[in-house]
Design a protein around this ligand. Sequence first.
Ligand SMILES: Nc1ncnc2c1ncn2[C@@H]1O[C@H](COP(=O)(O)OP(=O)(O)OP(=O)(O)O)[C@@H](O)[C@H]1O
Length: 456
Amino acid sequence: MGTIEKRSFSFRLRRSRAGDGGSTNSRNSNNNSSTCTNNNRCNSPQTPTSTSMKLEVPNSNASVSRRSSIYRKPDKDDSGLIHIIRDIDLPLMSFTDQYNIEKVLAEGCFAKILLTTHRPTQTKVVLKAVHAELTTIQEFQKEFHFNYELSHQRNILSAYNVAFQTKDYYVFAMEHAPYGDLASNLGPNGLHENAAKTITEQLSSALSFMHSKNLVHRDLKLENVLVFTPDFSRVKLCDFGATTKKGTLVHKVKHTWTSFVPPEILEIVKNERFHCLPCSDSWQFGILLYHILTGSPPWNAANWVKDANYCNFMKYEQRKTTKIPDNFRRFSPRLMRCFRKYLSHDPEDRCKVTEVTKYMKDRWVECRVATSKSAILVAPTPDQDSCIYLNQREARKSQEDDNKQRLRRMMSTYGLDHSPVDQNAVRKRVLDWLATCDDNFDREIESLVIVDTPTQ
Ligand SMILES: Nc1ncnc2c1ncn2[C@@H]1O[C@H](COP(=O)(O)OP(=O)(O)OP(=O)(O)O)[C@@H](O)[C@H]1O
């Protein structure tokens, strides 16, 4: 233990999740073959010496190269071995034995995400440290196992083969995403459709890979998508704390956004178990797609009785009305078709996660004003940004008007006249002045523009 060998270990520490048929406080119990039966700790942890610890990672790259010697390519056909969670030793050590902690990237009730430098190799790594009292060792091992086993997929966060425990935490190491998560990269109006296409194509590939291994992620959200390049050409899925084998009896994932919970799971009562299926990832993928394009989720909860936005969409999706819900009006008919497939109320009608790839060549956003009945096509411009920023421009304009009013009132209080400026007179004065300064000045110059003189 101690050698960082990269396939990937990333796991989710923060939350205690309902596990595969375990108690509601446990993340995973059914699938775990760990011999560590103590709920918190292995009885005889190995304590590594610092000299024996070698962090094998490619130089200082944030993204670990798969060509690196430390990258151990897993068998493509694992014959279902991915579902067997093997026991791992968790040597007891303290962070400072080998790591310089540079920054706390995130901190929740259950875990800390630390940016560190591994001193022996001078490698930047992220440590996920889960409070040992708030999670079981089985849950920790499960998350670590799935992250590691899946991390050779290019859009899944890579974990190193390093896991240890400190006095208070279970810890594993993973690569650093230099641009944080998607939530922190999203403005209030979402992203341009080109960025959304780039991101969703990669995520559908990551999820499809998981589904091909009969695994369901179960906790797709903006915070679990990490960004490696500013243009989103490399994003990776992370947090495999809720990941479960398809068909396993599970409880609801706790501590997630209600808007991301599929309707069939939302209506399940507390402590009731259900079979976990990939179609719940498809639903969450649809919500994520909407969220990326608009900056917010389409509804608070997929409850057609209590949530009018969901009720409107459900009627449209089930063809009980042809009226496109207001908050979907900006999208093209092709994208609406795609949304219908991901966000089908009936889980059996839902499409596979890869469906979105059929829509990559289509236009997704048509720049419709989203709210009113009289929604009009604002501009069939080649660029969606004009639509995104339309409201902002309008808001700015009215703010400018307010400011001008205020200025006029203030000036008249002091007996000053704030009369409109004659732009032509100003232009002539400037031209005269320039001509006196420079004998070569061409008065006919066309491009001279008087900038930003105060107007009424
Ligand atoms: N490798 C990483 N590089 C950069 N930031 C990271 C990394 N891993 C996690 N983070 C940041 O920490 C946050 C929490 O990480 P993670 O989801 O793994 O923890 P968690 O305790 O399971 O959180 P939650 O339960 O809220 O989903 C992420 O949303 C992201 O902002």
